[in-house]
Design a protein around this ligand. Sequence first.
Ligand code: DGY
Length: 326
Amino acid sequence: MDVLVTVPLPEKLLSRIERHHTVTLHNEDSPISRGALETLIQGKAGLLCTITDKVDGELLQRADQLRVVANYGVGYDNIDVEACTAKGILVTNTPGVLTEATADLTMALILAVARRLLEGDQMVRQGRFKAWTPFGFLGREVSGKTLGIIGLGRIGRAVAKRANAFSMKVIYYSRTRLPGDQEHALQVDYTDLEGLLKESDFVSIHVPLTDGTRHMIGREEFSLMKRTAYLINTSRGAVVDEEALAEALKSGRIAGAGLDVYEHEPKVHEALLEMKNTVLLPHIGSATVETRTRMGELAVENLLAGLDNKRPPTCLNWDAVKAKVA
Ligand code: DGY
């Protein structure tokens, strides 16, 4: 079958696909253009794509032969899963393999904003470090503080474990509450969103982007947070109203933010770029050699299984597609 791959996969993985199928490869470490995607998708049975490729109704209209969309990423807000299901197209993602890397980066952001790491680095590089002083460069302690986790899925839980090791108190808000024994094992306490925002010193977001979570954190939510609190986001930018965030940071409504994702990525709100109390990263939550290797392997396994009409290891709509076909 003909397959389109928009990720420059390592040779070993590519040849796994090529053993069974004919691959058209976008061999660049940059997103494929929309025009190229629309042209190349025609006649393809499989698509292995990244989170920057929009698989929407319009693209699907051109995808006359498509049977499997294997996303190289856990978040799949780039894909209209419902429209795929309606056309009998399987959709897969890569959960699990990027949990630890993303949780590590979340902790890195917590530490970076609280201890002003990037400001300090710049000060040294610019030759402004003249002497150790008792009140120079004071940050905030992380140990003993309250971390509020919004969304206690795989990544949220991995962050909770790390926060426990830093002697933080961990509270969480999630659509579904964990059973008591699991809360106990993870040392987390459940609260509603309002309670979490009021109580937390660090608020960290770990929900997927859906119609229900878009702008979940906006003006009203910032008004509930402590003035000394920090917002951390390694999930999806649009969960936060970026305009409201810029206002909250500018006015001192909150103390700072550590961001890996942006509402209009790769564009970043102008005001955020000028603020000292923000740490801004270029969406690198899963960017380790180990994790990206595992993401590639899982995406390829998903693609091959789907094309072979077998249940892919991490399929989002297997039952729905099979029910439709039956
Ligand atoms: C994902 O997988 O959704 C991350 O945001 C990128 O790896």
